[in-house]
Design a protein around this ligand. Sequence first.
Ligand code: SF4
Length: 390
Amino acid sequence: MSFAVSRSLPRTVLRSYGTVQGPPAASLANRIPNALIEATTATAPRTNWTREEVSQVYNTPLNQLTYASQAVHRRFHDPSAIQMCTLMNIKTGGCSEDCSYCAQSSRYDTGLKATKMSPVDEVLEKARMAKANGSTRFCMGAAWRDMRGRKTSLKNVKQMVSGIRDMNMEVCVTLGMIDQEQAKELKEAGLTAYNHNLDTSREFYPTIITTRSYDERLRTLDHVRDAGINVCSGGILGLGESDEDRVGLLHTMSSLPKHPESFPVNALVPIPGTPLGDRKMVPFDRLLRTVATARIVMPGTIVRLAAGRIALSEEQQVACFQAGANAIFTGEKMLTTDCNGWDEDRAMFDRWGYYPMKSFEKPEPLGDAKTTATPPPAGDEPVAPVAATA
Ligand code: SF4
């Protein structure tokens, strides 16, 4: 029927609707690096990434990069499941460190009042509330450099950890640097994950923090991993770092002995009074590029949209989910900054077809990992990285 109608139309009308102009010539936008092509067909994470390979992936034209990252995401995870996580500050402010972005450092006048550690009961109540609202992971942060000489605090944290585990929630803490023994104690209390961010590249790091070194941070990650606790470690974008620094961070993470179970991607929320108080939000394309690259180089890791999500539109958040992000912080507050709330996030999930990841649910690829992922179209030849400067 429709064929007959078409045939009856004058040729000039048919032509005016024509959109096909022959196959596109092979162009830069259709060409992708070998490292990315190989990553889209991988069935297991690899930890031998070279910095050059990570750079090539990061610098792939963005539409190709996000297409590939979505293919990898679908290979390793349920693409509709997003982990909902709530973060509570259990000890605010008064920290001796000089992290240039942080409202809680005692070195900067940010107007934040230092508090004592929250009582165990109060924290457990907040965790119960988070669970009732749909969160499956509860994280607790304390503004400390490290846990040296904090025996009573550690005892209280362990009570919080085991109490939250009794609610069948995953539990994560971020308490600064810890040693082997402290990691072991936290593991015995039932800790699921320990957060300790590397923040940025090794090269850029000293311009942001001077009171503890990159290697000290890596040592804490070793202690956490050795104790059998999941490592949660990520970065902050918008500190003034370059693309090369973002590549450096991704390379360090993806070449650890084991990939972190969780990689938080934070967008700096500038805090007046801190040295970085006047920084602008990282451009969205850089944030998306970082999410997509993390998904590709650490395919089994949970990529977490962390601080700064509140500054993203819903469409930008969804672009991040499609590129491979699969966890959010949700609730009343995120440490000292505002956070998207549970109701808002549930409504967003409903609109776009997402649902919360269950507690302790190891993300599983859909279908046969060997056959379901479709590699992006390869160009004629591998392409040199496209320069993208901050
Ligand atoms: S160690 Fe943590 S709490 Fe202390 S200043 Fe740095 S980021 Fe802030």
